[in-house]
Design a protein around this ligand. Structure first.
Ligand code: NIG
Ligand code: FE
Length: 403
């Protein structure tokens, strides 16, 4: 985990605000609320009535809504090049799988990523990161997965961590070596998984907090993903899995049985998969940008998720192949319009449940004493406005670690 520099500061209070604390099962709304911070952490979040009396600095929020700083819990933000050309081919009739099998897809981004230096990866990711920051994002997960050899996977993880030094944002780096088969290992998936488990994971464990894999016909089998999961856990990494995006392999249930933080995508997840996730507390990370851009028609099983009580998160999945978006606010709207999420589900999905998907519940995701003082202050009063608008950003101010 990389952090912004530690801060030592006087107390600061934000008063006359409407708080969406996310501390109950809903939005935890408090009208006429106050937040007080000290040394970058929240020391009070609640009604003005009970607020501590004196803060060194006070900001009158004029009735604006304050949410926890937003959390984008699934991105491939660091990558070389883009795939606009492949998108053009898809518009002329080629499928994502056709392009992947013909050496395009993830492997074309691999070539561009291998060709880029660490500094170039950081520089090209910064505008994308800045777009998310401008929407109030204060924590971002960033995966490797376009290096596909040890040296380049580690380069990607170092670039991800460097982004957390260049901007005031918390970066959660995830190792995704098992994202696609590099050409050197064509027809030798198990050999590549040996490399991932025996060489990459031991080296990546010092740079990443979690490991992920792409469980899919064009990715890796459940048995191969299970080897990755076990090796990652043996090296102290939390685990996540891309599962049930294009077909039903029950990778999500596999991940849950291993205590994964999250299973992500999930369009083809079954009721049984969802039940297994619920029993394990594995978060369902939904990625409406990929659903939209892939023109998917199979909806993720939202009703089953509700019935079994699985926590739902929403993320951009920013990547050059299936989700070239840098708007988490747009994902709120898409999660609602396309997946039928409620305002409460959508907003919890980019705050408290996104924190759970990163294993960071103790640190971020709600407005309560003891957590990092990461806030998004909005030029709206009704939380539904954040989900309702399309292509409009009402962020008034973003506070990271109390600043
Ligand atoms: O999350 N599903 C696999 N990984 C990405 C796509 C990556 C790519 O096409 O470059 C995803 O959709
Ligand atoms: Fe992804």
């Amino acid at each position: 985990m990389t952090h912004s520099r530690d801060v030592v500061q006087m107390e600061h209070s934000w008063t006359n605000a409407r708080l969406a604390t996310m501390t109950d099962d809903g939005l935890g709304l408090i009208d006429d609320g106050v937040i007080t911070s000290a040394n970058g952490r929240i020391v009070y979040a609640g009604p003005a009535d009970g607020a501590p009396t004196k803060a060194a600095k006070t900001t009158d929020c004029g009735g604006r809504l304050i949410t926890p700083g937003l959390i984008d819990c699934h991105t491939h933000l660091v990558h070389g090049g883009n795939r606009a050309n492949e998108w053009a081919m898809r518009l002329e009739g080629a499928s994502y799988e056709d392009i992947a099998r013909a050496g395009g897809g993830i492997v074309s981004t691999m070539r561009a990523t291998r060709a880029a230096s660490e500094a170039e990866l950081v520089d090209t990711a910064l505008p994308r990161l800045d777009a998310l920051i401008a929407e109030g994002v204060t924590t971002i997960e960033i995966k490797s997965g376009y290096g596909l050899d040890t040296e380049n996977e580690l380069k990607m993880l170092r670039a991800a961590r460097a982004l957390g030094e260049r901007r005031r944002i918390r970066v959660a780096p995830t190792f995704l070596g098992a994202h696609a088969l590099p050409p050197e290992y064509r027809d030798n998936g198990d050999g590549y998984i040996d490399l991932v488990c025996n060489e990459m994971i031991p080296a990546a464990a010092a740079l990443a907090t979690a490991a992920d894999a792409f469980c899919e016909g064009i990715g890796f089998s459940p048995a191969q993903c299970e080897r990755v999961i076990e090796a990652a856990q043996a090296h102290g990494l939390a685990v996540k899995l891309h599962a049930e995006q294009l077909s039903a392999l029950s990778g999500s249930a596999l991940a849950a049985r291993h205590g994964a933080l999250s299973a992500d995508h999930l369009e083809y997840a079954t009721d049984g998969d969802v039940a297994t996730m619920a029993a394990a507390g594995t978060v369902a990370v939904l990625l409406p940008g990929a659903y939209y851009f892939m023109r998917e028609t199979q909806l993720p099983p939202i009703a089953a998720m509700r019935r079994h009580g699985v926590r739902i998160a929403l993320a951009t999945d920013n990547n050059p192949g299936t989700s070239p978006t840098t708007s988490l606010l747009l994902m709120l709207n898409m999660g609602a319009t396309m997946f039928g999420l409620t305002v409460v589900e959508a907003l919890r999905g980019v705050t408290v449940n996104a924190a759970a998907a990163l294993g960071l519940c103790a640190e971020i995701g709600t407005l309560e004493a003891g957590k990092a003082c990461d806030l998004a202050i909005w030029d709206v009063t009704d939380p539904a406005e954040l989900v309702y608008r399309i292509g409009f950003n009402p962020l008034h101010q973003r506070i990271k670690d109390g600043q």
